[in-house]
Design a protein around this ligand. Structure first.
Ligand SMILES: C[S@@+](CC[C@H](N)C(=O)[O-])C[C@H]1O[C@@H](n2cnc3c(N)ncnc32)[C@H](O)[C@@H]1O
Length: 498
């Protein structure tokens, strides 16, 4: 039995998404900050629960061969919570992520020996992010009425400290695009020169809440979204000029500046209303030879180089011949479905964000794609509605009912069970599931197993180097009723192989 204060040696076998090493002491999981997988560490327990404990690192007895000094010259030492794997070298990160996908599919997906292919990593895992989200603070105290007190510190444009809403100012970041860092510096200078307040959630006052910078690496276009608690920014023309020249000097072109009005006291980053104040309403990115227009509110994969690999793997798993109807659920601005459209009979996408659906329709048009249609709404509501439609004129419902391949790409929370049941009712030959959380993927793979789908294989794709997150593409295939009977008989005979 372990007690708080006890000292022990643990071998770090795994890491949490937040970058804590996880070791085992007599079967109990021990979470140790500042350690990496492969370290042998002497630790002191700081909190002991029934089946796990937290500990502080006393000494690395034997360092992991993959341990390294963090390369970050920006916020890491100041407590920025962005790069959870900053102490693990890149080969170590890839091995860890591949293992985590396999472990979760076994443990939570009830799979004995899932095929997990080698993770697809990056050749140059730096400055890959096309979207930066910087919280802003004045670094000092603002008064209840929103004015800056005289001794307020300089504006900070950076990232939240781990597990807090304190903003760590960050002038350099090894993940963000040069355009994003240039825009952050321009905003910092502007706020300082023009005494612009930043949102302070303690008093719920202050103007500037977040700076969002979207960079299209393929075209060099940049969009800046200024999230504010107010109707506008005083002297906004000066800010736009400063952003424009900073982004130009970084080698990119500012094409769109949008105000996002967020007066609510909620922690969501974006408010509901967007007002373009300079340039276009969208920027254009090129992925796999197709052009995609991206607006302020729409989702776009954050790592374009890896997105090409991700979508190529989706196409491989979808194995389209030109005859299939394809359902693209959680389609965002249509990227995955449109990249499959050339080899599909028809594509129907379902997406809950209205602006993204508008973008998807426009993206089909600008790429000359005529076999893709979109439905706006929650997939778990729209799919059952379309399946129940008895309207003979409802073309979309007809395509949906006869879908041969379903593409799933939900947010981290995974799919709702009612959505998976509706997919089971559609009964496609193949399901290609793209996930950014292997735990919810594994849960959904288990549910899809109950609906008659066999997990075939998965390929992890490293979309987020230096962070604890990993993307996975999985292929599931429908077990024909006759196959199911055979499997069952074989198991009864004591042989598991179908
Ligand atoms: C991980 S993104 C994938 C987007 C797209 N497939 C891509 O590759 O860019 C998930 C998308 O699901 C959308 N979404 C979230 N909940 C949804 C729901 N219940 N029904 C439909 N779409 C949803 C989000 O707006 C977002 O665009």
């Amino acid at each position: 039995m372990f007690e708080k204060g006890q000292i022990c040696t643990v071998e770090i076998m795994d890491m949490s998404d937040q970058g804590q090493g996880i070791g085992r002491a007599d079967g109990m999981a021990v979470f140790v900050p500042d350690t990496v997988v492969g370290d042998l560490a002497r630790v002191q327990l700081t909190k002991v629960k029934k089946s796990y404990a937290f500990a502080k690192l006393l000494e690395i007895e034997e360092p992991s061969p993959h341990r390294m000094e963090p390369l970050c010259e920006g916020g890491f030492q100041k407590g920025c919570g962005g790069c959870a794997l900053a102490r693990l070298d890149y080969p170590g990160q890839l091995a860890l992520k591949e293992k985590q996908v396999r472990d979760k599919l076994c443990r939570l997906g009830d799979l004995a020996a899932p095929i997990v292919n080698q993770i697809l990593g990056m050749d140059d895992p730096f400055h890959y992010r096309n979207k930066a989200q910087f919280p802003v603070s004045t670094g000092g105290v603002i008064t209840r009425k929103g004015g800056i007190v005289e001794a307020a510190g300089d504006p900070a444009v950076g990232f939240f400290r781990a597990k807090s809403h304190e903003v760590v100012d960050c002038e350099r970041c090894m993940l963000q695009s040069p355009a994003a860092m240039a825009a952050a510096e321009a905003l910092r200078q502007f706020m300082k020169e023009d005494h612009i307040t930043a949102w302070d959630e303690r008093w719920e006052r202050g103007l500037m809440r977040h700076l969002i910078v979207k960079t299209a690496f393929g075209t060099g276009e940049v969009m800046v979204v200024l999230v504010i608690n107010g109707k506008g920014i005083p002297n906004a023309a000066k800010l736009i000029e400063m952003l424009d020249s900073a982004i130009y000097e970084a080698g990119f072109s500012l094409e769109s500046v949008v105000l996002n009005i967020h007066k609510k006291k909620t922690p969501e980053i974006l408010g509901e209303t967007c007002v373009p104040i300079a340039g276009k309403q969208t920027i254009t990115e090129v992925i796999g030879g197709l052009s995609f227009e991206i607006s302020a509110m729409s989702f776009f994969q954050v790592n374009p180089a890896q997105t090409e690999k991700l979508y190529a793997k989706v196409r491989e798993y979808a194995a389209l011949t030109g005859e299939e109807n394809v359902l693209d659920l959680y389609c965002g601005i249509g990227t995955i479905g449109l990249s499959c459209a050339a080899k599909a009979r028809q594509v129907v996408g379902i997406e809950s964000v209205r602006q993204a659906v508008l973008d998807a329709n426009r993206n089909a048009v600008i790429n000359g794609i005529v076999n893709a249609r979109y439905v706006c709404g929650k997939a778990e509501e729209e799919l059952p509605r379309l399946l129940a439609s008895t309207d003979p004129e409802d073309d979309i419902a007809r395509i949906v009912r006869s879908a041969d391949v379903v593409l799933l790409d939900p947010p981290r929370a995974g799919c709702r069970p009612e959505l998976l049941e509706a997919v089971g009712e559609v009964a496609p030959e193949r399901i290609v599931y793209v996930s950014c959380d292997p735990a919810t993927l594994a849960r959904d793979v288990r549910l899809l197993g109950d609906l008659g789908y066999t997990f075939m294989e998965a390929t992890p794709v490293d979309m987020f180097p230096w962070t604890g997150a990993v993307e996975v593409v999985s292929l599931l295939s429908r077990i024909k009723t006759s196959d199911k009977v055979e499997v069952k008989m074989d198991i009864e005979d004591g042989e598991v192989t179908p």
